[in-house]
Design a protein around this ligand. Structure first.
Ligand code: NAD
Ligand code: ZN
Length: 375
Protein backbone atom coordinates (compact mmCIF):
# COMPACT_ATOMS: atom_id res chain seq x y z
CA UNK A 1 0.00 0.00 0.00
CA UNK A 2 2.79 2.43 0.84
CA UNK A 3 3.53 4.88 -1.97
CA UNK A 4 0.27 4.17 -3.77
CA UNK A 5 -2.45 6.68 -4.42
CA UNK A 6 -5.34 6.00 -2.02
CA UNK A 7 -8.92 6.49 -3.11
CA UNK A 8 -11.18 7.41 -0.22
CA UNK A 9 -14.27 9.31 0.86
CA UNK A 10 -14.12 13.01 1.65
CA UNK A 11 -16.55 15.90 2.03
CA UNK A 12 -15.59 18.44 -0.64
CA UNK A 13 -16.52 22.12 -0.41
CA UNK A 14 -16.73 23.01 -4.11
CA UNK A 15 -17.74 26.62 -3.57
CA UNK A 16 -18.62 29.11 -0.80
CA UNK A 17 -21.99 28.66 0.97
CA UNK A 18 -22.93 25.46 -0.92
CA UNK A 19 -23.43 22.21 1.05
CA UNK A 20 -20.38 19.92 1.18
CA UNK A 21 -20.53 16.99 -1.27
CA UNK A 22 -19.46 13.46 -0.41
CA UNK A 23 -16.94 12.46 -3.08
CA UNK A 24 -14.33 9.85 -3.84
CA UNK A 25 -10.97 11.65 -3.84
CA UNK A 26 -7.44 10.50 -4.66
CA UNK A 27 -4.86 11.07 -1.95
CA UNK A 28 -1.26 11.11 -3.23
CA UNK A 29 1.53 9.37 -1.30
CA UNK A 30 3.44 11.46 1.23
CA UNK A 31 6.43 13.30 -0.23
CA UNK A 32 9.72 14.23 1.48
CA UNK A 33 9.02 15.02 5.15
CA UNK A 34 5.31 14.25 4.87
CA UNK A 35 2.97 11.84 6.64
CA UNK A 36 -0.20 10.23 5.31
CA UNK A 37 -2.78 9.94 8.07
CA UNK A 38 -5.91 7.82 8.38
CA UNK A 39 -8.32 10.23 10.06
CA UNK A 40 -10.34 8.52 12.81
CA UNK A 41 -12.40 11.40 14.19
CA UNK A 42 -12.80 15.14 13.77
CA UNK A 43 -14.64 17.99 15.42
CA UNK A 44 -16.41 20.74 13.48
CA UNK A 45 -15.13 24.19 14.47
CA UNK A 46 -16.58 27.60 13.70
CA UNK A 47 -13.49 28.41 11.58
CA UNK A 48 -14.70 25.77 9.07
CA UNK A 49 -18.02 27.64 8.94
CA UNK A 50 -16.17 30.96 8.67
CA UNK A 51 -14.39 29.83 5.50
CA UNK A 52 -17.61 28.50 3.98
CA UNK A 53 -20.11 31.20 4.94
CA UNK A 54 -18.25 34.33 6.09
CA UNK A 55 -14.76 34.55 4.49
CA UNK A 56 -16.06 33.06 1.21
CA UNK A 57 -12.76 33.72 -0.57
CA UNK A 58 -13.17 31.93 -3.91
CA UNK A 59 -9.41 31.33 -4.10
CA UNK A 60 -9.83 28.97 -1.14
CA UNK A 61 -12.07 26.54 -3.09
CA UNK A 62 -12.56 23.72 -3.92
CA UNK A 63 -11.27 22.45 -0.61
CA UNK A 64 -11.68 19.79 2.05
CA UNK A 65 -12.47 21.51 5.34
CA UNK A 66 -11.80 20.18 8.86
CA UNK A 67 -8.87 21.02 11.12
CA UNK A 68 -9.75 19.49 14.49
CA UNK A 69 -8.96 15.84 13.88
CA UNK A 70 -7.05 12.86 15.20
CA UNK A 71 -5.90 9.73 13.45
CA UNK A 72 -3.27 7.09 12.86
CA UNK A 73 -0.18 7.25 10.63
CA UNK A 74 -0.77 5.17 7.47
CA UNK A 75 2.61 5.75 5.80
CA UNK A 76 5.52 8.19 5.89
CA UNK A 77 7.51 9.89 3.14
CA UNK A 78 11.31 9.95 2.73
CA UNK A 79 13.21 11.59 5.57
CA UNK A 80 10.54 11.06 8.23
CA UNK A 81 12.12 9.41 11.27
CA UNK A 82 9.96 10.50 14.20
CA UNK A 83 6.76 8.81 13.01
CA UNK A 84 5.91 5.26 11.96
CA UNK A 85 2.74 3.60 10.68
CA UNK A 86 0.29 3.01 13.52
CA UNK A 87 1.33 6.03 15.62
CA UNK A 88 -1.57 8.05 17.00
CA UNK A 89 -1.38 11.67 15.86
CA UNK A 90 -3.15 15.02 15.88
CA UNK A 91 -2.82 17.23 12.76
CA UNK A 92 -1.84 20.82 13.56
CA UNK A 93 -3.20 23.82 11.68
CA UNK A 94 -0.29 25.75 13.17
CA UNK A 95 3.08 24.11 12.48
CA UNK A 96 6.21 24.14 14.61
CA UNK A 97 9.30 23.62 12.45
CA UNK A 98 11.59 24.29 15.41
CA UNK A 99 14.08 26.18 13.25
CA UNK A 100 12.59 29.51 12.15
CA UNK A 101 13.02 32.73 14.13
CA UNK A 102 9.51 32.43 15.55
CA UNK A 103 9.90 28.81 16.67
CA UNK A 104 13.19 29.73 18.35
CA UNK A 105 11.58 32.62 20.23
CA UNK A 106 9.72 31.78 23.45
CA UNK A 107 7.50 34.87 23.04
CA UNK A 108 5.37 33.40 20.23
CA UNK A 109 3.92 30.18 18.83
CA UNK A 110 3.98 31.34 15.22
CA UNK A 111 5.99 29.37 12.69
CA UNK A 112 7.39 30.76 9.46
CA UNK A 113 6.80 27.49 7.66
CA UNK A 114 3.10 27.40 8.47
CA UNK A 115 0.63 27.39 5.57
CA UNK A 116 -0.88 30.62 6.84
CA UNK A 117 2.24 32.75 6.65
CA UNK A 118 2.50 32.17 2.91
CA UNK A 119 -1.08 31.61 1.80
CA UNK A 120 -3.03 33.55 4.34
CA UNK A 121 -5.66 34.75 1.89
CA UNK A 122 -6.20 31.35 0.41
CA UNK A 123 -6.17 29.50 3.71
CA UNK A 124 -4.59 26.40 2.18
CA UNK A 125 -1.41 25.19 0.58
CA UNK A 126 -1.67 25.21 -3.22
CA UNK A 127 0.61 22.15 -3.48
CA UNK A 128 -2.18 19.84 -2.43
CA UNK A 129 -2.09 16.02 -2.28
CA UNK A 130 -5.82 15.78 -3.08
CA UNK A 131 -7.49 15.33 -6.46
CA UNK A 132 -11.16 14.87 -7.27
CA UNK A 133 -12.78 14.62 -10.71
CA UNK A 134 -9.31 15.44 -12.17
CA UNK A 135 -9.14 18.74 -10.27
CA UNK A 136 -6.70 19.63 -7.49
CA UNK A 137 -8.53 20.11 -4.20
CA UNK A 138 -7.03 22.50 -1.61
CA UNK A 139 -6.21 21.37 1.92
CA UNK A 140 -7.95 23.81 4.26
CA UNK A 141 -5.60 25.07 6.98
CA UNK A 142 -3.13 22.47 5.74
CA UNK A 143 -5.09 19.74 7.53
CA UNK A 144 -8.37 18.69 5.80
CA UNK A 145 -9.77 16.28 8.34
CA UNK A 146 -13.20 15.86 6.66
CA UNK A 147 -11.53 13.06 4.69
CA UNK A 148 -10.67 9.43 5.44
CA UNK A 149 -7.02 10.15 4.57
CA UNK A 150 -4.93 13.30 4.52
CA UNK A 151 -1.25 14.17 3.95
CA UNK A 152 0.52 16.64 6.20
CA UNK A 153 4.11 17.81 6.63
CA UNK A 154 5.69 16.36 9.78
CA UNK A 155 6.21 19.87 11.20
CA UNK A 156 2.41 20.09 11.52
CA UNK A 157 1.73 16.72 13.19
CA UNK A 158 1.88 15.88 16.92
CA UNK A 159 2.53 12.31 18.04
CA UNK A 160 0.36 11.53 21.06
CA UNK A 161 -0.07 8.84 23.72
CA UNK A 162 -0.88 5.33 22.39
CA UNK A 163 -3.81 5.07 24.83
CA UNK A 164 -5.42 8.41 23.93
CA UNK A 165 -9.09 8.15 22.83
CA UNK A 166 -8.94 9.73 19.36
CA UNK A 167 -12.66 10.54 19.21
CA UNK A 168 -12.17 12.92 22.15
CA UNK A 169 -8.59 14.21 22.00
CA UNK A 170 -9.24 15.39 18.43
CA UNK A 171 -10.73 18.47 20.13
CA UNK A 172 -7.20 19.45 21.19
CA UNK A 173 -6.37 20.03 17.51
CA UNK A 174 -8.15 23.37 17.70
CA UNK A 175 -11.01 24.66 19.84
CA UNK A 176 -10.11 23.51 23.31
CA UNK A 177 -6.38 24.25 23.11
CA UNK A 178 -7.26 27.64 21.61
CA UNK A 179 -9.69 28.80 24.29
CA UNK A 180 -7.83 27.24 27.21
CA UNK A 181 -4.47 28.65 26.12
CA UNK A 182 -5.92 32.09 25.40
CA UNK A 183 -6.80 32.29 29.10
CA UNK A 184 -3.76 30.63 30.70
CA UNK A 185 -1.07 31.73 28.21
CA UNK A 186 -2.13 34.85 26.30
CA UNK A 187 -4.26 36.61 28.92
CA UNK A 188 -2.17 35.18 31.75
CA UNK A 189 -5.20 34.99 34.07
CA UNK A 190 -4.07 35.35 37.69
CA UNK A 191 -5.42 33.78 40.90
CA UNK A 192 -8.29 35.76 42.43
CA UNK A 193 -8.95 37.76 39.25
CA UNK A 194 -12.32 38.62 37.69
CA UNK A 195 -12.81 37.45 34.09
CA UNK A 196 -15.42 37.73 31.35
CA UNK A 197 -15.73 35.37 28.39
CA UNK A 198 -17.80 36.51 25.39
CA UNK A 199 -19.19 33.65 23.30
CA UNK A 200 -19.79 30.23 24.81
CA UNK A 201 -19.05 27.84 21.98
CA UNK A 202 -16.32 25.26 22.58
CA UNK A 203 -13.64 27.96 22.30
CA UNK A 204 -15.30 30.23 24.86
CA UNK A 205 -16.12 27.37 27.22
CA UNK A 206 -12.49 26.26 27.05
CA UNK A 207 -11.52 29.84 27.92
CA UNK A 208 -13.85 29.62 30.95
CA UNK A 209 -12.08 26.37 31.91
CA UNK A 210 -8.71 28.13 31.55
CA UNK A 211 -9.83 31.04 33.77
CA UNK A 212 -11.06 28.55 36.37
CA UNK A 213 -7.85 26.47 36.30
CA UNK A 214 -5.78 29.67 36.61
CA UNK A 215 -7.64 30.50 39.83
CA UNK A 216 -10.05 33.27 38.77
CA UNK A 217 -12.48 34.09 41.58
CA UNK A 218 -15.35 35.23 39.37
CA UNK A 219 -16.02 34.30 35.74
CA UNK A 220 -18.75 36.08 33.77
CA UNK A 221 -20.11 34.00 30.88
CA UNK A 222 -21.64 36.23 28.17
CA UNK A 223 -23.72 34.94 25.27
CA UNK A 224 -26.85 35.93 23.36
CA UNK A 225 -27.94 32.27 23.43
CA UNK A 226 -28.94 31.52 27.03
CA UNK A 227 -28.98 27.78 26.37
CA UNK A 228 -25.19 27.92 26.65
CA UNK A 229 -25.22 29.05 30.29
CA UNK A 230 -25.79 25.60 31.79
CA UNK A 231 -22.61 24.25 30.14
CA UNK A 232 -20.66 27.32 31.16
CA UNK A 233 -21.44 26.47 34.78
CA UNK A 234 -19.90 23.00 34.27
CA UNK A 235 -16.61 24.65 33.25
CA UNK A 236 -16.56 27.08 36.18
CA UNK A 237 -18.50 30.20 35.19
CA UNK A 238 -20.05 32.00 38.17
CA UNK A 239 -22.20 34.71 36.53
CA UNK A 240 -24.26 34.66 33.34
CA UNK A 241 -25.18 37.61 31.13
CA UNK A 242 -27.26 37.90 27.97
CA UNK A 243 -26.46 41.30 26.37
CA UNK A 244 -29.89 41.29 24.72
CA UNK A 245 -31.60 41.30 28.12
CA UNK A 246 -30.28 44.79 29.00
CA UNK A 247 -31.15 48.18 27.59
CA UNK A 248 -27.61 49.49 28.11
CA UNK A 249 -24.22 48.24 26.85
CA UNK A 250 -23.08 45.05 28.55
CA UNK A 251 -19.72 46.73 29.26
CA UNK A 252 -21.59 49.16 31.55
CA UNK A 253 -23.44 46.32 33.24
CA UNK A 254 -20.12 44.56 33.87
CA UNK A 255 -18.49 47.77 35.12
CA UNK A 256 -21.30 48.23 37.66
CA UNK A 257 -21.13 44.63 38.82
CA UNK A 258 -17.33 44.64 39.23
CA UNK A 259 -16.50 48.10 40.51
CA UNK A 260 -15.07 49.37 37.22
CA UNK A 261 -14.56 46.40 34.94
CA UNK A 262 -13.02 42.95 34.73
CA UNK A 263 -9.32 42.13 34.97
CA UNK A 264 -9.39 39.87 31.90
CA UNK A 265 -11.83 39.56 29.00
CA UNK A 266 -11.76 37.10 26.12
CA UNK A 267 -13.66 37.52 22.84
CA UNK A 268 -14.57 34.06 21.50
CA UNK A 269 -17.20 35.01 18.92
CA UNK A 270 -15.36 36.43 15.89
CA UNK A 271 -17.38 39.67 15.79
CA UNK A 272 -15.60 43.04 15.67
CA UNK A 273 -18.35 44.75 17.71
CA UNK A 274 -17.99 42.16 20.46
CA UNK A 275 -14.19 42.64 20.33
CA UNK A 276 -14.71 46.31 21.11
CA UNK A 277 -17.21 45.52 23.87
CA UNK A 278 -14.79 43.04 25.44
CA UNK A 279 -12.07 45.70 25.55
CA UNK A 280 -14.49 48.26 27.00
CA UNK A 281 -15.51 45.75 29.68
CA UNK A 282 -11.98 45.68 31.15
CA UNK A 283 -10.94 47.76 34.11
CA UNK A 284 -8.69 50.73 33.31
CA UNK A 285 -5.13 50.61 34.58
CA UNK A 286 -4.42 46.92 34.02
CA UNK A 287 -7.31 45.20 32.20
CA UNK A 288 -6.27 42.77 29.47
CA UNK A 289 -8.56 41.83 26.57
CA UNK A 290 -7.77 38.97 24.21
CA UNK A 291 -9.14 38.43 20.70
CA UNK A 292 -9.70 34.75 20.07
CA UNK A 293 -12.64 34.79 17.66
CA UNK A 294 -11.63 34.61 14.03
CA UNK A 295 -12.50 37.19 11.42
CA UNK A 296 -10.56 38.82 8.62
CA UNK A 297 -13.22 40.60 6.62
CA UNK A 298 -13.66 43.82 8.61
CA UNK A 299 -11.57 46.41 10.46
CA UNK A 300 -12.22 46.93 14.14
CA UNK A 301 -12.15 50.12 16.14
CA UNK A 302 -12.05 51.52 19.65
CA UNK A 303 -11.46 54.90 21.27
CA UNK A 304 -7.71 55.45 21.89
CA UNK A 305 -8.42 56.36 25.53
CA UNK A 306 -9.21 52.69 26.10
CA UNK A 307 -5.52 51.87 25.64
CA UNK A 308 -4.12 55.18 26.88
CA UNK A 309 -5.81 54.46 30.19
CA UNK A 310 -3.66 51.38 30.59
CA UNK A 311 -5.63 48.51 29.10
CA UNK A 312 -3.92 45.95 26.87
CA UNK A 313 -5.50 44.51 23.71
CA UNK A 314 -3.98 41.27 22.42
CA UNK A 315 -4.75 38.43 20.08
CA UNK A 316 -4.23 34.71 20.40
CA UNK A 317 -3.67 32.03 17.78
CA UNK A 318 -4.04 28.41 18.94
CA UNK A 319 -4.01 29.63 22.53
CA UNK A 320 -0.38 30.68 22.30
CA UNK A 321 0.69 27.03 22.52
CA UNK A 322 3.77 25.94 20.58
CA UNK A 323 1.80 23.29 18.79
CA UNK A 324 4.00 20.22 18.37
CA UNK A 325 5.48 20.52 21.87
CA UNK A 326 2.23 21.29 23.67
CA UNK A 327 -0.48 19.10 22.14
CA UNK A 328 0.99 15.80 23.45
CA UNK A 329 1.15 17.38 26.93
CA UNK A 330 -2.45 18.58 26.68
CA UNK A 331 -3.47 15.02 25.78
CA UNK A 332 -1.76 13.88 29.00
CA UNK A 333 -3.49 16.68 30.94
CA UNK A 334 -6.82 15.32 29.71
CA UNK A 335 -5.91 11.72 30.56
CA UNK A 336 -4.80 12.84 34.05
CA UNK A 337 -8.02 14.78 34.64
CA UNK A 338 -6.45 18.25 34.62
CA UNK A 339 -8.59 19.44 31.71
CA UNK A 340 -12.06 18.36 30.56
CA UNK A 341 -12.91 17.27 27.03
CA UNK A 342 -15.93 14.93 27.24
CA UNK A 343 -18.19 17.74 28.44
CA UNK A 344 -17.71 19.67 25.17
CA UNK A 345 -19.12 16.83 23.06
CA UNK A 346 -22.85 17.18 22.52
CA UNK A 347 -23.32 15.20 19.27
CA UNK A 348 -21.70 12.32 17.37
CA UNK A 349 -22.27 11.73 13.66
CA UNK A 350 -20.75 10.09 10.59
CA UNK A 351 -18.82 11.94 7.86
CA UNK A 352 -21.89 11.61 5.60
CA UNK A 353 -23.82 13.76 8.08
CA UNK A 354 -21.30 16.61 7.96
CA UNK A 355 -23.84 19.11 6.59
CA UNK A 356 -26.16 18.33 9.52
CA UNK A 357 -23.25 18.89 11.90
CA UNK A 358 -22.48 22.25 10.26
CA UNK A 359 -26.14 23.20 10.56
CA UNK A 360 -26.18 22.34 14.27
CA UNK A 361 -23.36 24.82 14.86
CA UNK A 362 -24.86 27.45 12.59
CA UNK A 363 -28.10 27.35 14.57
CA UNK A 364 -26.38 27.27 17.97
CA UNK A 365 -27.64 23.81 18.88
CA UNK A 366 -24.34 22.09 19.62
CA UNK A 367 -21.08 22.72 21.40
CA UNK A 368 -19.00 20.18 19.53
CA UNK A 369 -20.22 17.52 17.15
CA UNK A 370 -17.67 14.75 16.58
CA UNK A 371 -17.66 13.08 13.18
CA UNK A 372 -16.49 9.48 13.24
CA UNK A 373 -14.50 9.16 10.03
CA UNK A 374 -13.12 5.63 10.26
CA UNK A 375 -12.57 2.85 12.79
P1 NAD B 1 -19.41 28.65 18.10
O1 NAD B 1 -20.21 29.10 16.94
O2 NAD B 1 -19.64 27.28 18.64
O3 NAD B 1 -19.59 29.67 19.34
C1 NAD B 1 -19.78 31.04 19.18
C2 NAD B 1 -20.68 31.52 20.33
O4 NAD B 1 -20.77 32.95 20.28
C3 NAD B 1 -22.11 30.98 20.26
O5 NAD B 1 -22.47 30.41 21.51
C4 NAD B 1 -22.94 32.23 19.95
O6 NAD B 1 -24.26 32.17 20.52
C5 NAD B 1 -22.10 33.31 20.59
N1 NAD B 1 -22.38 34.66 20.09
C6 NAD B 1 -22.70 35.04 18.82
N2 NAD B 1 -22.87 36.38 18.77
C7 NAD B 1 -22.65 36.85 20.01
C8 NAD B 1 -22.68 38.16 20.59
N3 NAD B 1 -22.97 39.22 19.85
N4 NAD B 1 -22.39 38.28 21.91
C9 NAD B 1 -22.10 37.19 22.66
N5 NAD B 1 -22.05 35.92 22.17
C10 NAD B 1 -22.33 35.77 20.87
O7 NAD B 1 -17.88 28.85 17.67
P2 NAD B 1 -16.49 28.21 18.26
O8 NAD B 1 -16.14 26.98 17.48
O9 NAD B 1 -16.53 28.18 19.74
O10 NAD B 1 -15.47 29.35 17.76
C11 NAD B 1 -15.52 30.66 18.31
C12 NAD B 1 -14.62 31.60 17.53
O11 NAD B 1 -13.26 31.25 17.71
C13 NAD B 1 -14.87 31.57 16.02
O12 NAD B 1 -14.74 32.91 15.53
C14 NAD B 1 -13.72 30.74 15.51
O13 NAD B 1 -13.43 31.00 14.15
C15 NAD B 1 -12.62 31.21 16.43
N6 NAD B 1 -11.42 30.38 16.52
C16 NAD B 1 -10.23 31.04 16.65
C17 NAD B 1 -9.06 30.30 16.77
C18 NAD B 1 -7.74 30.99 17.01
O14 NAD B 1 -6.70 30.34 16.94
N7 NAD B 1 -7.74 32.28 17.31
C19 NAD B 1 -9.11 28.92 16.74
C20 NAD B 1 -10.35 28.29 16.67
C21 NAD B 1 -11.50 29.03 16.54
ZN1 ZN C 1 -10.85 25.63 14.75
Amino acid sequence: MVNCVIKCRAAVAWEPTAPLMMEEIEVAPPQEGEIRIKVVATGVCHTDLYHLFEGKDKRGFPTVLGHEGAGVVESVGPGVTDFKPGDKVIPLFLSQCGECKFCKCPKTNLCDRNWSSKYHDIMSDPTTRFTCRDQPILQFMGTSTFSEYTVINQIAVAKIDDDAPLERVCLLGCGISTGYGAAVNTAGVTPGSVCAVFGLGAVGLAAVMGCKNAGASRIFAVDINEQKFEKAKVFGATDFLNPKAYNKPISEVLAEMTNGGVDFSLECVGNTEVMRTALESCVKGWGVSVLVGWTDVKDFSARPIQLISGKTWKGSLFGGFKSKDSVPNLVCDYMNGKIKLDEFITHKMSLEQVNDAINLMKTGQCIRCILNISK
